[in-house]
Design a protein around this ligand. Structure first.
Ligand code: C2E
Ligand code: CA
Ligand code: CA
Length: 641
């Protein structure tokens, strides 16, 4: 009862509540002391009146000063306990001192001053108990000491008025202590409720910011940390880098082994990321799906960042042994460093995203740091995008044709249509540059339709039986609207549907594979052939190939161009030729540039080839001339150039 509570939160709350009432308590004590000292100073010696009042005031002032100095300090539970404990000791000392002093003055003066002594004790007691409302132990100590002295002393005087007032004071004190106790209990309950609410709030905050699968901070936590670091960087010049990590080959694992294995894999990857980041305080989070992010603090050079990222990639790509399967994924990372030229956290993320995209394209399974060259690329890309959006496609786009040759008879059997763009502002822009931009920005379908229309209207003038190959983008196959437009162009054209081959790269299947399959089947049903382009450069293709309605397979230039120098390329081409034979697909070798490559292809039994060795892509006007020169089977279909 006379001790302080154990609950640390309650102690701190008591400290806060009490510290607000401290000045009032001591000011009352000083006022009351001076009132008594002054009424008694004519009767009692100065050392007992004014001097003692001075001494007591000094003590009170010292206490006020002590609390005032600490008014802005939010103490921990231990410090609060120490301060309140000291207050309890002062309560004992001051109660004894005040009561003893008042009673020692009783012997001097008149019945009026005696009455003042009694009044002084009662009123001081009441005010102290109220001021100590939130420090119940102190209130009890004061009440007990003062009441005991008061009652014993005034009972002993035998004076009925004083005896009555002593009893009266006791009863009032008891009533007050009941009120204090009720009040104190409310106060305690309120503090407990507040503590619970704070804890609940903290738990909610934790849950709202945590990814439930990996226990890493989630997307929301990541972005709020990113904003925070960005603001701090602008305020005090500290710098940092952001890295986006994307798993390569997660989707096939998920599709093959099911979501539960996919989840286990993500959990393990999350754990590895956490361990790798633990040592240096790097913040790691899961953005969602198979995407993770890190925030690296401090000035760190591009080279060091790449090395760091490389280490992370290695850690994440070690095989994972799960109860039901042993799986392996690799990861690519894109980094962007914060700097004065980064206007917003969003821009920083865009840069890291761009670096990641470059990693996936050119440097799969490794780290790429956003550089000035990338900045230049982005600038160029947005220029191309803007110009392309405003371009007169009918006027500026044209189609070039490159022959595909039957290398057994040396006769051209088809032409591949290749897009050409002559912009009045940018000059000639290569399709390798503008097609990916058109795809990314969603304007590819306009281009596809315009190019297909032009290609078909040229092809219908060609000699009977000459085929046309046309490149479709994966995006065209993902949109029903575009697909219907393409179908309308094909069926309305005078060119024979069955002589048209539509080429699609195998990376198309990283999109919704079943949607792509359906679209290809739709085109097959129109009578068109379907060729898989740049074959061998994708990574999950062989297993998928069986399900696709294909008629042709085009071996990527990168294998063909090293076929006579690199045994590995030769092996790959050989197995692709086998594959096409098994699946009864026509096989076309792309990018043949030399006679020795051609000889090698002939030896492997490849039937069709395309490349600079035969002819470069030519304008529509040049096609009849080329055909006239190469229709004779006795003449090899090589260009004279
Ligand atoms: P692709 O479909 O693989 O087209 C073959 C590319 O290889 C063409 O480049 C062609 O000029 C080039 N090429 C042909 N033979 C040789 C050779 O012997 N050596 C070398 N080094 N290159 C050779 P181009 O015309 O610059 O087209 C680049 C890419 O742009 C195409 O690759 C294709 O992916 C895309 N593309 C071109 N036209 C279209 C189109 O109309 N629609 C779509 N969606 N993409 C197109
Ligand atoms: Ca092609
Ligand atoms: Ca190709």
């Amino acid at each position: 009862m006379f001790a302080l509570p154990d609950d640390p939160e309650l102690l701190k709350a008591q400290y806060r509540a009490f510290s607000r009432q401290v000045p009032l308590l001591y000011v009352i004590l000083m006022m009351n002391a001076w009132a008594l000292a002054l009424t008694l100073s004519p009767h009692a010696p100065a050392w007992l009146t004014v001097h003692v009042a001075l001494l007591l005031s000094a003590i009170c002032a010292a206490r006020i000063f002590f609390w005032w100095r600490k008014r802005h300090i939010e103490p921990d539970a231990e410090a609060a306990r120490a301060a309140l404990q000291r207050t309890l000791r002062f309560a004992v000392v001051l109660s004894l001192a005040y009561s003893g002093w008042a009673l020692s003055l009783y012997g001097y003066g008149t019945p009026y001053t005696k009455a003042h002594v009694s009044f002084f004790m009662a009123i001081t007691l009441v005010s102290c108990v109220f001021c100590l409302m939130y420090l119940r132990a102190a209130a009890l100590i004061v009440a007990l000491i003062v009441n005991t002295l008061f009652v014993t002393f005034f009972m002993s005087t035998g004076e009925p008025t004083f005896i009555a007032s002593a009893l009266n004071v006791v009863l009032v004190t008891i009533a007050m202590l009941i009120i204090v106790t009720i009040n104190y209990n409310h106060f305690r309950q309120m503090v407990e409720a507040q503590t619970r609410a704070v804890a609940l709030g903290e738990e909610n905050f934790r849950l709202a910011n945590l990814d439930s699968l990996t226990d890493l901070p989630n997307r929301r936590a990541f972005f709020s940390r990113l904003e925070e670091m960005f603001r701090a960087a602008r305020a005090n010049g500290e710098t940092f880098s952001v890295g986006i990590i994307d798993l390569d080959g997660f989707k096939p694992v998920n599709d093959t082994y099911g979501h539960s294995v996919g989840d286990q894999l993500l959990r393990e990857i999350g754990e590895r990321l956490r361990r790798a980041c633990l040592t240096d305080g790097t913040f790691a989070a899961r953005l969602g799906g198979d995407e993770f992010t890190i925030l690296v603090t401090g000035e760190i050079g591009g080279g060091a960042l790449t090395t760091r990222g490389q280490g992370l990639c290695e850690a994440l790509s070690r095989p994972v042994a799960l109860p039901t399967a042993r799986v392996q994924v690799s990861s690519s990372i894109g980094f962007a460093r914060d700097g004065a030229d980064v206007p917003s956290p969003t821009e920083l993320m865009n840069r890291a995203d761009f670096a990641l995209y470059q990693s996936k394209r050119l440097n799969r399974g490794a780290a790429t740091v956003f550089s000035d060259a990338h900045k230049e690329m982005i600038h160029r890309e947005s220029l191309i995008e803007q110009t392309l959006r405003g371009a007169d496609l009918d006027l500026e786009l044209s189609v070039a044709f490159q022959p595909i040759v039957d290398i057994r008879t040396n006769r051209p059997v088809a032409f591949e249509a290749l897009a050409r763009w002559q912009s009045p502002y940018l000059g000639t822009v290569s399709p390798g540059e503008f097609i990916p931009i058109a795809e990314r920005t969603g304007i590819i379908s306009r281009l596809t339709c315009e190019l297909l229309r032009k290609a078909l209207s040229e092809a219908k003038t060609w000699p009977k039986g000459m085929r046309l190959s046309f490149n479709l983008s994966a995006h065209d196959l993902m949109s029903t609207d575009t697909l219907l437009k393409i179908a309308a162009l094909i069926t309305r054209s005078a060119f024979d549907n069955s002589l048209l081959d539509l080429e699609i790269t195998e990376t198309a299947f990283i999109f919704d594979a079943s949607q792509v399959e359906n679209s290809l089947q739709f085109l097959r049903d129109l009578g068109c052939g379907v060729a898989i382009d740049d074959f061998g450069t994708g990574y999950s293709s062989l297993s998928r190939l069986h399900a696709l309605p294909l008629t042709k397979l085009k071996i990527d230039r990168s294998f063909v161009s090293s076929i006579d120098t690199n045994p590995a390329s030769l092996d790959i081409v050989r197995s692709l030729v086998h594959l096409s034979r098994n699946r009864k697909l026509d096989c076309i070798a792309e990018g043949v540039e030399t006679h020795s490559e051609l000889a090698e292809l002939r030896r492997l039994g490849v039937a069709f080839a395309q490349g600079y060795f035969f002819a470069r892509p030519m304008t529509a006007d040049q096609v009849p001339h080329y055909l006239a020169e190469h229709q004779d089977p006795g003449q090899p279909a090589t260009s004279s150039a």
